[in-house]
Write a protein that binds this ligand. Sequence first.
Ligand code: URA
Length: 242
Amino acid sequence: MASLRIGQILFSQGFGTRRDCQGLVLRGDVAVAGRIVDDPDEAFDTAGLVFSVQGRSWPFHDKALVVLHKPAGYECSAKPRHHPSVMSLLPKPLRTRGLQPVGRLDEDTTGLLLFTDDGSLIHRLTSPKHHVPKVYEVTAKHPVTDEQVVALLKGVVLEDDPRPAVALAAVRTSECHLQLTLAEGRYHQVKRMLAAVGNRCEALHRSRFGALALPADLPQKGWAWVDVAELGLSAPPSSASR
Ligand code: URA
């Protein structure tokens, strides 16, 4: 169990430079268990610690893992070209402490997007060899045929890529809707797979990443803390989010 000074705690959680953090404490902007902490050297056990800054409650996380309900019209790139970055939807402390998106969703794709500052967890979640399933809800332009479902499950060859892309599951949920589960995350993979079977992806929404479903009560642009155990990974990869 780590005991850290409140100034160090604020710094580690992304509340600015060491000087900024000291200033927050000295100004009486920081409280723990309802008591204002105005000595930057006062130490606290970080396990399960919840502090507040300017009245906003903040749980301590050694490594942070959060889920965002991504709306359309945001790019996952750190240097977006045509639309704002998804990073702009996270609160400043999460940006300051260096959270990164786990993989990418296209600008027009909505749904579940994870962010973490745990590099080994990013690797664990994005490396194809770990086979973490991602579920996509596809709105197709044309009715989805049995042949298309069979082809997606058997594997299709994408343009400019000889390796077949195989769906772990493909379930037609209505005439033009398909739920597709993929273990990989190649560039535009769902859209290219739909094109490869002669259909077209009109809208795309990611509803699940590993065992984690997009929380039903999380509105578009909303974010929430995630415990790494919620992802249901087979082996403990790292120390994220405890
Ligand atoms: N596949 C796509 O084509 N786009 C996404 O955003 C995600 C998966």
